[in-house]
Design a protein around this ligand. Sequence first.
Ligand code: TYD
Ligand code: MG
Length: 453
Amino acid sequence: MPKVKTTFICSNCGARSPKWQGRCHSCGEWNTLVEEVLEPVPSVERWRGQEQKKQHKPVKLSQVDLSPQIRLPTGDTELDRVLGGGMVPGAMVLIGGEPGIGKSTLMLQVALKTQNLKVLYVSGEESQQQIKMRADRMNLDSEDCYILTETNIEQIFQKISELSPDLLIVDSIQTLQTIQSDSIAGSITQIRDCASQLIKFAKDSNVPVFMIGHITKEGSLAGPKVLEHMVDTVLQFEGDRHLSYRILRTSKNRFGPTFELGIYEMHEQGLRGVENPSEILISQREHDLSGVAIAASLEGHRPLLIEIQALVSPSSYGTAQRSSTGFDNRRLNMLLAVLEKRAGFRLGTHDVFLNIAGGLRIEDPAIDLAVAVAVASSLNDMPVPAKFCFCGEIGLGGEIRSVNRVNQRLKEAEKLGFSKMYLSSYALKGIGNTKIQVKGFSRLEELFGDLWG
Ligand code: TYD
Ligand code: MG
């Protein structure tokens, strides 16, 4: 019997090493090397033979057919938006998220809600009865949805060829196994082999494929990074499991923008898209509270008014604590330094806690101004009127910078009944008709003077 050859593969970057090492020589991550059985490399002749079967001729770029991309609606407006207008035939979408966040629920909902498409939902995680119970709980049924509980990919392709579905959903890629590889299900070789077979199927048949993927405890998709490189679109389903809101984001999209955001609420009867997120992200307050400021932010094409909460209190230990949820900690530290140096606030001996309501994680720099105002408000115990909102980026010199699409932010604030918006004085030029009182400042100190005078 020939000796079984093995190699060590980094589960983070996919680099190979002949022997085990504590640290990957390529990406520098610790404890990521796992042993895999080495498969014989196909000989050049075999490879050439395979390649010759399907030859693509070089085509002039000017002659490439650019008929408009067909988009298939998923039956879920939030998901359609995140995908860039619906599913693209032959596209491979990977959807990742923590256990229990609702990946299977979302995908089953898509399977049951799409119109006029024959859907095959392959599950390696749940039994048919469990899936049926979930569908009953969501009060959904469809004549065009087929459930297959199988983990062997060869068997799955067999059933696919019998059924010829128009949409394939796989829950999850980590449970699949191919007989072409000896390693166990969930190992890197298996994940990669199964994914590449599914991608080949998607490209050859023009059937869109959704593939659910687990994520590691660090928050990245389990399996080598190559999986993310292989697929067309990577979606992340996130949110706090204890809160009902869920956010769907794109981290890669070959067929659309990556900044769109889908917002869902988990109900007893499944996930429901949230059409007016601002209304739920701003808590109803009877009295003005200190440490709270509303930011007029923009995620993708959608304006969002969100509540920023700060708590600043004298620190009882030697070093002050700084902690934030939903906002980059380094950016918070930078803003605190700017407040200290440019606006004269004494924050060095204070603990600062920052929270973005609703469990959201916001990357829009326009929320800087609301963060600075919330911190200043909490430190001085001076509330900000509930009908005021803020938008602007803050520079290291304490200057308030203009941000993009101010009119869209204004329109949303007007719709929600805000009375005043503070922004950069440079943004005043392009402002259209609005009922809101707009106040522009170029420096933080001036804005604070106007606000609390
Ligand atoms: P699930 O979709 O199985 O998550 P994942 O596939 O990402 O691991 O689970 C979602 C969670 O949501 C589960 O804890 C139960 C809950 N849930 C509801 O609150 N309402 C529902 O209608 C459904 C189907 C699930
Ligand atoms: Mg699941």
